[in-house]
Ligand binder design. Structure first.
Ligand code: ATP
Ligand code: MG
Length: 451
């Protein structure tokens, strides 16, 4: 019985006090992405399982251990997306976006699903902001993408993130490296974890991001990918670094970064924090020049990154970064009795049509309880509508900030409220700023602008 009132392990509900913060973050991030020419794409929460096994890679933890995979009633193998890139690439290919001028720049906010051990910063349903950029091999694009990530954090006031950068080569040079890695790990066969033993033949690079402590102990002495890059990859990497330096974006080269997904080529990077515990990677990404072709499309170079929204929130909380509070309701109408409630409803509807937020009591509380409630929700203005007011057709509009009241005719309330509200707000503001700051002329301009 308790089962139905308890969410699934590793999932989270977002309650009203939090959801507006997410909306704020998403809107802010979307605006920045827009400044860089990224347009939103939305793709389904589930895809054919094969899309992920082919793109993410069937020797990865994600595919081998973490996917929510099931057969639908038609017998197809379906998987809840564990990440956003595969779906974006699929949609890009399916809808022929490669026929549009390059680069095609896409962004998304998605929920992702991974069967992992829930802990701080690690959930089974989590959310990503991701970007993908198709159609250019130029390293300046790598740098621009990293600059976008850098600016996101900067704009949100997030500090102390380390940008770790690496290149993991391409299909030309990587086999050499894979061989060297294979030989190194094969010589330590006895200490490798079972999973890593299995991966040794097919994909020894996966051992580098194994979370097993015995595997991890072998990593510091393992061959370094940067020593094996071909000329093309080396030149690409040098340029990315030079562009980042020229853009004043600090980074450290970290040969240990290989990323947990198979599709990466050349540039890979992470933004890492040491302030949110063991799950410190807030954002990760890189180039995936071979993925479009791997999925049966044309050979189109591409790159992207994804940021974990929950980890971003954890970091913002750890750094005490406040999100601006939600705008409280503008007007609260406190009716007493049915006739007054009807009047309040009519006024509220008309004001909402004008774009004003307006609430009235629908519970049947006493006026006293309604005033308490209006205070609690932080209503900017309150007006009581009782029998007297209905009879005299006049209400007292109270500006809660100053306690000042103004008599307003019920018949013209809707027409007058906007101007009255702005007058009061401006007067209070000019009091706060000092009476000289806002001249009568300014006031007139503000009021005219509002009409
Ligand atoms: P990790 O090494 O922490 O497992 P990952 O390499 O699996 O991360 P990616 O697949 O690159 O992560 O996903 C991009 C981002 O999504 C991560 O940097 C992280 O911020 C976030 N993320 C990944 N898995 C989870 C999860 N289970 N819960 C919450 N956020 C996650
Ligand atoms: Mg992971």
């Amino acid at each position: 019985m308790a089962l139905v009132t308890k969410g699934i392990k590793g999932t989270q509900d977002t309650l009203p006090g939090e959801s507006y913060k997410i909306r704020f973050l998403e809107a802010t991030i979307a605006e920045i992405a827009d400044n860089y020419g990224f347009k939103e794409i939305r793709t389904p929460v589930f895809e054919h399982t094969e899309l992920f096994s082919r793109s993410v890679g069937d020797t990865t933890d994600v595919v081998q251990k973490e996917m929510y995979t099931f057969d639908d009633k038609g017998g197809r193998s379906i998987t809840l997306r564990p990440e956003g890139t595969a779906g974006a690439v699929r949609a890009y290919l399916e809808h022929g976006l490669f026929n549009e001028p390059a680069p095609q720049k896409l962004y998304y906010f998605t929920s992702c699903y991974r069967y992992e051990k829930p802990q701080a910063g690690r959930l089974r349903e989590f959310h990503q902001f991701g970007v993908e950029c198709f159609g250019t091999e130029n390293p300046i694009q790598d740098a621009e993408l990293i600059a976008l990530a850098h600016e996101l954090f900067d704009f949100l006031g997030v500090r102390d993130l380390e940008l770790r950068l690496n290149s993991i080569g391409c299909p030309k040079c990587r086999p050499l490296y894979q061989n060297a890695l294979h030989d190194y790990f094969a010589a330590h066969m006895d200490t490798l974890s079972e999973t890593s033993k299995e991966r040794l033949e097919r994909n020894p690079m996966r051992i580098l991001d194994s979370k097993d402590p015995d595997d991890a102990a072998l990593v510091p002495d393992a061959p370094v990918v940067l020593d094996y890059l071909c000329d093309e990859c080396r030149e690409h990497f040098e340029k990315v670094k030079a562009f980042l330096s020229a853009m004043d974006i600090p980074f450290t080269v970290d040969a240990g970064i290989v990323r947990g997904l198979d599709y990466y080529t050349k540039t890979v990077f992470e933004f890492v924090s040491d302030q949110i515990g063991a799950q410190g990677t807030v954002l990760g990404g890189g180039r995936y020049d071979g993925l479009c072709e791997e999925l049966g499309g044309k050979n189109i170079p591409a790159l992207g990154f994804a940021m974990g929204m929950e980890r971003l929130r954890l970091l913002m909380d750890a750094q005490g970064i406040d999100i601006p509070p939600e705008e409280p309701v503008t007007l609260y109408l406190a009716p007493a009795g049915d006739a007054a409630a009807l009047k309040a409803a009519t006024i509220a509807q008309a004001l909402r049509m004008e774009g004003c937020s307006c609430l009235f009591d629908t519970v049947g509380r006493s006026i006293k309880a309604q005033m308490k409630y209006a205070n609690k929700i932080g209503a900017a203005f309150v007006a009581v509508i009782g029998d007297n007011e209905l009879e005299s057709k006049e209400v007292q509009l109270k500006f809660m900030k100053t306690g000042e009241t103004t008599a307003v005719s019920l018949d013209t309330f809707v027409e007058e409220f906007g101007t009255l509200a702005i007058q009061q707000e401006v007067a209070a503001l000019s009091d706060e700023l000092g009476s000289d700051t806002l001249s009568d002329l300014d006031l007139k301009a503000i009021l005219e602008g509002s009409n």
